[in-house]
Design a binder for this molecule. Structure first.
Ligand SMILES: [Zn+2]
Ligand SMILES: [Zn+2]
Length: 558
């Protein structure tokens, strides 16, 4: 044997982020040992408003498709959409079993059912502290606390050492469901030696500790005490802890609860079925029963904190909801964060609420603590690093700056040997001796139009071109009198790239009918007008031509 033979290629573990590293959302990461690949999380991202007509964004999974034969499983850390929302799209391309905890699976089932993928997908329930094996990987889910219940980190035993992926977490030392953060298990792994720690970077800019979920109770209790009329409570429908707090307060303050909005109804039901909320008999009433109670006896749990135009809250805000109306003196609590990019639609809804003379309480820093983050701040990050003491530290979930900062924080603790910043598509090769970035695989963002998980667009520019060439474009021009809010003349509809029968006149009728169906207040809300015109035209055109053109409503004020 000559010396050079010793330099023979040794086997390495590969870590390949496909989404969520270098951006927020669409978390997805592949772990590869030889011919076995497991995927951690399969998230989506909600598009910025400029992406007209694009409904969701998912990671490019070319790498997984090209290595289809080797992908063994998708393992989910928890049920937030930025971790599970891309599943239908991925499962369309590769058929693999999905592993997740009980609560996460309940959410996954809903999504897969919507996409007709439930029957053909193998779902496997995992439980904290119960190890399972997939090829060369033995995986232990470790319970962590987060704004979502039943969240886990994953300790993955590989042939070169243990890799821990935290998923999303904060260290909530008084969790509402009594399920404690399993700090002990992290410490045990730390004692035995951990090769790599992949840790959530979301709140890396925040010093200190993130407050517990229960920290919102005192302020919310005050709001319940001082509200004389109906109380509308809105939060993310996946925020089971927050829903539980609202329900408990409603009971304590003698209010019955009507649950409004599909996602809120589904989520509350799942949480009840799985024992995360305990509802006393008679607390929840049907929306139709609300008339039997006086305003001070009612709380409405309603979806739509981000001002989504079609959500229950947006519709109630313009007095266009079948069951609920918001009246002068009612209080509306938005117990959630204003997600950057959604400001416009949120403040539009808030304006409508003020116009109804409601009292609006939202998270702008001046209304007290009505919302807390689900992600750990710097001290929690340091705590975890101290417990795990990994050889290699790899920040995940965040834009490039966040990842850099997180790596620096890790190094400053003195508890890690190396901190490595990698981004989507980087292939990180590691073993006990060495770590290095190798090649790059294809990654990117895939834009998906509504309804279909197959109707995919590669890139916005490409998308526009493709749609223009294949499905055409529809412009709907509305000229509105600024003073009266009335339509000046018949709407103009222009269609390009359509063969066959001319349906322009019918399309114009659709626009007119849509406008007639709107209340004065809705008409004043151009965002809503556009969204309604777009969705009605889309339905009409698809039904009559089978095409999915790009539809652009344009409003001109004169
Ligand atoms: Zn999360
Ligand atoms: Zn997340």
């Amino acid at each position: 044997m000559v010396a050079s033979n010793l330099k023979m290629q040794t086997k390495k573990l590969k870590i390949i982020p496909l989404g969520g590293m270098g951006e927020f959302g669409m978390n997805c990461l592949a772990l590869r040992w030889e011919d076995d690949i497991i995927v951690i999380d399969a998230g989506l991202m909600f598009p910025e408003s400029e992406l007209l007509g694009v409904d969701v964004v998912v990671p490019d999974i070319t790498y997984l498709v090209e290595n289809k034969a080797h992908v063994r499983a998708i393992i989910l850390t928890h049920g937030h959409m930025d971790h599970i929302g891309g599943l239908p799209w991925i499962l369309n391309e590769i058929k693999v079993p999905v592993y997740a905890t009980e609560f996460t699976l309940a959410f996954v089932e809903g999504i897969l059912e919507e996409h007709q993928l439930l029957d053909e997908t193998e779902l496997i329930e995992i439980t904290p502290k119960e190890k399972f094996t997939i090829g060369p990987f033995t995986i232990e889910p470790i319970h962590v606390t987060h704004s979502m219940v039943d969240a886990v980190a994953l300790a993955i035993d590989t042939p070169v050492g243990v890799v821990i992926h935290t998923g999303d977490f904060k260290v909530d030392l008084s969790p509402l469901d009594g399920k404690l953060f399993d700090l002990h298990t992290f410490a045990e792994y730390g004692k035995r030696g951990v090769l790599a720690l992949l840790q959530d970077s979301t709140n890396v800019e925040r010093a200190g500790f993130t407050p517990s979920e229960i920290a919102v109770i005192p302020r919310l209790d005050e709001i319940f005490s001082s509200t004389k009329k109906k109380l509308f409570f809105s939060c993310f429908s996946s925020s089971v802890y927050r829903i539980r707090i609202a329900l408990d307060l409603a009971r304590a303050h003698g209010r019955k609860v009507a649950v409004i909005g599909r996602s809120m109804v589904d989520s509350t039901e799942i949480a009840q079925d799985l024992g995360y909320i305990n509802l006393p008999q008679g607390l929840i009433i049907n929306p139709g029963q609300m008339n039997d109670y006086s305003p001070e006896q009612l709380m409405v749990l309603i979806s739509g904190t981000q001002g989504e135009p079609m959500s229950a809250l947006s519709r109630a805000a313009v007095d266009n909801h079948k069951y609920v109306s918001i009246e002068a003196g009612d209080t509306v609590v938005l117990s959630s964060r204003v997600i950057p990019g959604n400001e416009k639609s949120i403040f539009r809804v808030i304006d409508h609420l003020y116009r109804r003379e409601a009292n609006v309480i939202y998270d702008d820093g001046s209304h007290g603590l009505i919302h807390v983050s689900g992600h750990g701040s710097q001290e929690e990050m340091r705590l975890m690093i101290n417990l795990v003491r990994p050889k290699y530290f790899i920040p995940v979930h965040g834009n490039y700056g966040n990842l850099r900062k997180h790596a620096q924080i890790a190094l400053e603790t003195g508890a890690v040997e190396h901190a490595i910043v990698i981004e989507d598509g980087d292939v990180l090769e590691l073993d006990k001796k060495d770590v290095r970035k190798k090649d790059k695989v294809t990654t990117g963002r895939i834009f998906i139009d509504s309804g279909s998980s197959i109707d995919v667009v590669e890139d916005v520019v490409l998308r526009d071109r493709r749609i223009l060439s294949e499905d055409g474009i529809v412009l709907a021009m509305l000229i509105i009198d600024k003073r009266t809010g009335k339509l000046q003349q018949s709407p103009e509809v222009v269609m390009r790239g359509f063969g066959g029968a001319d349906i322009t006149d019918e399309a114009r009728e659709v626009v007119l009918k849509t406008l007639k169906s709107l209340s004065g207040e809705e008409k004043a809300d151009y965002g809503m007008v556009k969204e309604k015109v777009r969705s009605e035209l889309k339905r009409f055109i698809q039904k009559n031509t089978g095409r999915r053109p790009m539809i652009m409503p344009v409003i001109m004020e004169i």
